[in-house]
Design a protein around this ligand. Structure first.
Ligand code: ZN
Length: 404
């Protein structure tokens, strides 16, 4: 191990013996009491020295025997250390690609703030390169979102859509003006390749087929159609529910941006759960949806460019958090933001007992009509197969003290 006090966290001394790592309340913590010698020794934990060399240095500084190992262990347990050489073979392979590492350096630093384990950040970044994500929809939201995932290091991002690029599909970071008239999916894939750090090897030959959803870590459903955003069609997601593929919704309806739900099939509320829940609350809901779906299709739908970019960005962040092994707040919930006030509101998508997805059977809280108790239900919806996520959840938010 080559310990490095996480450089991503700003350091500040609150008094002579107490050091604070990090600024934002979500990630900051204080460490103390730290004596002067230990304080100076922290400067040596910069990733250039292994433990044997650090022990020698500590000996020269008259620090007590065993102090280094204790300090490293405690800093590590507090989530304050990176291992400059850790993460295994995939991490070593990534570190060897200097151009890619330079591009992704801020993303790696951000991951180091979130990941507690000393090799957690580089492991997650390396894991992204092996992941396959499909984005359905290449409009102002979908194409930008796909490019963001690619730019953030996801190795394989496929984009599916039909038709040709229209002038109103063009968006900074997504489909360029030069692509107008080209096939939408081909233009979006080019945007994805352009955004990728380095030149990832293409593992799939030809164009992906629409039916093959299996093998994807995540499918993002980002329809250009506003009705599909407001009232997602359960039939579209049925193959994803059947194959157990996690999927995330994102899009724009009128002047409202929507991120979520992230559906973990059989564990959290899905599009059909959402439909049943809305019908319970408003019996005319199915009648309205039928009219919206059968109404005349408009060529141009309302889509504020800044709002679309925001939705693409936030949805990509939720997608990345999930791919990194976390449980983002869109899991079983829709985040909605409406112009002009632009406040975000989270609306839970409760598992519904009449939905064949089976999520309601997993839910401890059976009464899905209750709006209260959201946190208890959501906690129970966390996938049981992810011990790391549970371990992560034990980290308290806010500034706390660790004693050395
Ligand atoms: Zn369902």
């Amino acid at each position: 191990m080559h310990p490095m006090v996480k450089p991503a966290l700003r350091r500040g001394w609150r008094d002579l013996n107490t050091v604070q790592f990090g600024m934002s309340p979500a990630h900051a913590l204080t460490l103390g009491p730290v004596d002067t010698a230990t304080g100076s020794f922290l400067e040596l934990l910069n990733g250039t020295r292994g433990l044997p060399l650090l022990r020698e240095e500590a000996h020269r500084m008259d620090l007590p025997e065993g102090h280094v190992d204790l300090l490293v262990r405690r800093l590590s347990r507090a989530g304050l250390l990176d291992d400059a050489r850790g993460g295994g073979a995939a991490a070593a392979e990534l570190r060897a690609k200097q151009e890619v590492m330079d591009r992704l350096a801020p993303d790696l630093a951000a991951l180091s703030v979130v990941a507690r384990e000393p090799d957690g950040a580089i492991e997650r970044l390396a894991a992204r390169r092996g992941m396959r994500v499909r984005v359905r929809g290449a409009g102002r939201v979908g194409a930008v979102l796909a490019a963001l995932l690619s730019g953030a290091g996801v190795g394989e991002v496929e984009v599916l859509d039909g038709g040709c690029v229209e002038p109103w599909d063009v968006a900074p970071g997504g489909l360029p003006a030069e692509a107008v008239g080209e096939r939408r999916d081909a233009a979006a894939r080019r945007a994805v390749r352009r955004a990728a750090p380095g030149r990832p090897e293409r593992r799939t030959a030809g164009t992906p087929s629409g039916a093959d959803e299996a093998g994807h870590a995540l499918v993002v459903i980002a329809p250009r159609d506003d009705v599909a955003v407001h009232a997602p069609d359960p039939a579209v997601a049925a193959p994803l529910i059947a194959s157990g593929t996690p999927h995330l919704y994102a899009g724009i309806v009128e002047a409202t941006g929507v991120v979520g739900p992230l559906v973990l099939p059989g564990q959290t509320g899905c599009a059909e759960c959402l439909h049943h829940g809305r019908t319970d609350r408003d019996e005319t809901w199915p009648r309205l949806v039928a009219q919206w779906r059968s109404g005349r299709q408009r060529r141009v739908r309302p889509c504020d460019l800044a709002l679309a970019t925001t939705v693409a960005g936030l949805a990509a962040a939720h997608a990345l958090a999930f791919l990194d092994g976390e449980t983002p707040s869109s899991t079983g919930a829709r985040w909605e933001v409406s112009a002009p006030a632009l406040n975000w509101h989270g609306r839970p998508v409760w598992p519904h007992p009449d939905c064949p997805c089976g999520a309601a059977r997993k839910s401890v809280v059976e009464d899905t009509s209750k709006e209260g108790g959201a946190r208890a239900t959501m906690a129970e919806q966390r996938p049981s197969s992810a011990p790391r996520r549970q371990a992560e959840a034990t980290r308290p938010a806010g500034t706390w003290r660790a004693h050395v």
